[in-house]
Design a protein around this ligand. Structure first.
Ligand code: GLN
Length: 456
């Protein structure tokens, strides 16, 4: 814990930690020491972790990197962080992210972006750690903590994990409780671990998982020992390689990485099979209708009354002016864009054409996966991202749709509710980390991580 706190201090230029919780961490460390002395050491005993700012942590500033939650200190602890604490973990910091988890570069944060500890060969340019869990990825990659929580609505655990050369797991929808995690798109959001190794992810995921009566979408499923599944033996396993993910204009180094990954799985005994997921190309447009629709509804609660900030009002201002002024100055441009898109696609007259249509597409995407799994495919191998980490500022000034294209390989997993993991699989020509994604069958995070383990 002391080493983590010192590392956080030394790594201030990365802007990964937005709040340092030294006192609580030391207290947790003392408790961990006591438990160790009693011979009762739980899985995460004394392990320093960072927590994404999207998780409510009791008495500790939790802002979702938004001005609208300025100074908000929740009077409660999210289920997942409470479970980690009970498993012995010591939270040393809250971590930077895109505002309300909307973004792929950490640049929509009210704190300014977190910075990727990696640099391209021969360049000093600051790179994005990805997003929205960019602070979590930067912190784990730079050794500020041994693990961090992330959340993934359309790729926000896996894409930053790929950009920072670490492991990130998005569990099956319902595996981890969403209680106390600020909602972005409730039918897609899942918490998950971000760590240096697949084994660490397996240990941390177990501590984060389980049924929670306070989240009606959390599943009453047994939580297996994910670590026990890590054998590296893939004999008899069938791994699907979806042809629709071989997108036009895909950089050759991503193609090569994918082929190398397939080779590693073959070496571990797996059979690689060509598969088809025909509705893949509709995933991104469906996601960017459904996610903003749910966001516009979830973010209605930031009204200047219940949480955080309220705008200064002029004499004569009524409740409408209060909402308008508070939300206009509290939300950043990307969040406002999502709220507007969401309100539009849900509005009378457009609902059938956009929202309902997107939901139907979602069902087709889910069926694509079900069919492949029914045919005996155990897991699916794809790239995590279409490129390595890009320069901060390079994308943000452009058309927002360009940024959305980053999620092309990751959103299908959320739409289908499946588990997915990104594992570091090699370096780009400029020496930057690249990730491969393994998609698992529902509730089979263990076998899925075992495939990642064979690549790691
Ligand atoms: N980049 C995607 C978005 O901006 C995904 C975000 C996420 O998974 N939280 O919506």
């Amino acid at each position: 814990v002391e080493a983590s706190l010192a590392a956080i201090e030394a790594a201030a230029p990365l802007n990964a930690a937005v709040e340092i919780t030294a006192e609580q961490a030391r207290e947790a460390a003392r408790r961990a020491d006591a438990r160790l002395a009693e011979g009762d050491a739980p899985d995460m005993c004394g392990i320093p972790i960072g927590v994404k700012d999207l998780f409510c942590t009791e008495g500790v500033r939790s802002q979702a990197a938004s001005r609208i939650l300025e100074g908000f200190r929740p009077p409660y602890e999210s289920t997942v962080t409470a479970q980690l604490r009970d498993a012995g973990a010591a939270m040393t910091c809250k971590l930077n992210m895109d505002e309300f988890a909307m973004g792929s570069s950490n640049e929509t944060s009210c704190y300014g972006p977190a910075v990727n500890p990696w640099r391209a060969r021969g360049s000093d340019a600051r790179l994005t750690p990805g997003g929205s869990s960019g602070g979590s990825a930067a912190a784990v990659a730079a050794g500020l903590c041994l693990g961090a929580t992330g959340t993934d609505t359309g790729g926000s655990i896996r894409q930053p994990a790929a950009f920072a050369g670490i492991v990130g797991v998005k569990p099956t929808y319902g595996r981890c409780s969403r209680w106390g995690i600020m909602a972005f798109a409730s039918s897609l959001d899942q918490a998950g671990p971000m760590t240096r190794t697949v084994r660490d992810a397996a240990i941390m995921l177990r501590a984060m998982s389980g049924h929670d009566p306070r989240d009606s979408t959390s599943a009453d499923m047994p939580v297996p020992d994910f670590e026990a599944a890590l054998t590296g033996d893939l004999r008899g396993k069938r791994i699907g390689v979806p042809r629709e993910y071989r997108m036009e204009g895909m950089p050759p180094e991503i193609e090569a990485l994918w082929a190398r990954g397939a080779e590693m799985l073959r070496d571990a005994g797996a059979e690689l099979v060509d598969i088809s997921l025909p509705h893949t190309k509709y995933a991104l447009p469906a996601y960017y209708v459904i996610a903003p629709a749910e966001a516009s509804s979830n973010l209605a609660r930031y009204d200047g009354v219940r949480y955080g900030r309220r705008a200064k009002l002029a004499p004569g201002d009524g409740v409408t002016e209060m909402y308008e002024k508070t939300r206009a100055e509290g939300f950043g441009p990307e969040v406002r864009r999502r709220v507007m898109i969401g309100a539009y696609v849900l509005s009378a007259g457009y609902y059938d054409a956009y929202y309902l249509r997107a939901q139907k597409v979602r069902t087709l995407i889910k069926r694509d996966f079900e069919q492949v799994f029914e045919q005996g495919v155990d897991a699916i191998l794809t790239p995590t991202t279409p490129s390595p980490a890009f320069e901060l500022g390079a994308m943000a000034e452009q058309d927002p749709v360009k940024m959305y294209l980053n999620d092309v390989f990751t959103v299908t997993v959320n739409l289908a509710g499946l588990p997915g993991v990104s594992v570091p699989a090699g370096l780009s020509a400029e020496g930057l980390p690249l990730g491969l994604q393994v998609i698992g069958r529902p509730w089979e995070e263990g076998p899925m991580m075992n495939v990642a383990y064979a690549i790691e």
